[in-house]
Design a protein around this ligand. Sequence first.
Ligand SMILES: C[S@@+](CC[C@H](N)C(=O)[O-])C[C@H]1O[C@@H](n2cnc3c(N)ncnc32)[C@H](O)[C@@H]1O
Length: 306
Amino acid sequence: MYELCLMCPEDRVESVSEALDALDALSVSVEDADAQTDAEQALFGEPGMPPPKGGWQRSRMVALFPQRAAAEEAQSLLQLQDFFEGCELLGIREVAEQDWVRLTQSQFAPVDITPDFWIVPTWHELPEAATRSIRLDPGLAFGTGTHPTTRMCLRWIAQRGAEGQDLGRVLDYGCGSGILAIGAAKFGAVDIDAVDIDTAAVESTEYNAQANRVQLRAGLPDAAQGEYQTVLANILATPLKVLAPLLCAHVASGGHLVLAGILERQTDELKAAYAPYLQLEVADSEDGWVLMTARRAADSAAEAGR
Ligand SMILES: C[S@@+](CC[C@H](N)C(=O)[O-])C[C@H]1O[C@@H](n2cnc3c(N)ncnc32)[C@H](O)[C@@H]1O
């Protein structure tokens, strides 16, 4: 395999990327050329919305080709194009043959959520300390347990479990890999709905639930019906604000709402969006992300009937 490396200004990334695709590149990756420096730019895209920008101010692009001749041809053809003005060729280099499966696997180690609750890829032995675990491999859907937002939700679930609190009926809204729904099942929940707008996530949740031998219903968002004692939603701030009335309507009397995918600087806007329905508070934080939770006041009539 051979890598053709380029540097492109932001407004050229899309055209160059499309051209590389048309020139039969096996893959094209785009990274911030200023990553790990003071000039690094964070680009956060919200699901269902166009990305905030097509690329970084200075984007480093790498296209993979099966043969050197193909990489050289792409290099020559690109230089002749009008849209290549302002771009720079960094060269072609051979990529050493590797055991890619092993390399990918080596990047996913077991993750501890609490000292005894772990997320463990299937190719790893269970750590001795893991008295409770989720077996999960990286796949198409988000949620391997390495992201702070997922970890905080799982910690919240584990803490309720450790306190002997019943999670009751659970809704995992934006389930991705199903990791939160499966986590809830591992802490005793038996009536669980896991929904997502992405059908690949729904399939992934079903697969992972089976692999972990837990029962849940996975489906598209319409499958969420009625009230739940625990509503978990790890999405992102903008969709969470849009979803405020819908998510709050699903929270039962005395039930909990747990939201993640929110940056520290977004807490006030989230509080304001949810204020007509529930009072959100910051319950946890990690790496600039916060977990926000709210509890619906218990309706005494509903409680007595339970
Ligand atoms: C950050 S991932 C979270 C996955 C997993 N729950 C976790 O905690 O790791 C967000 C998921 O929400 C889904 N999503 C985004 N917008 C949504 C919406 N409006 N309704 C339902 N799901 C949505 C995405 O498809 C994605 O799978």
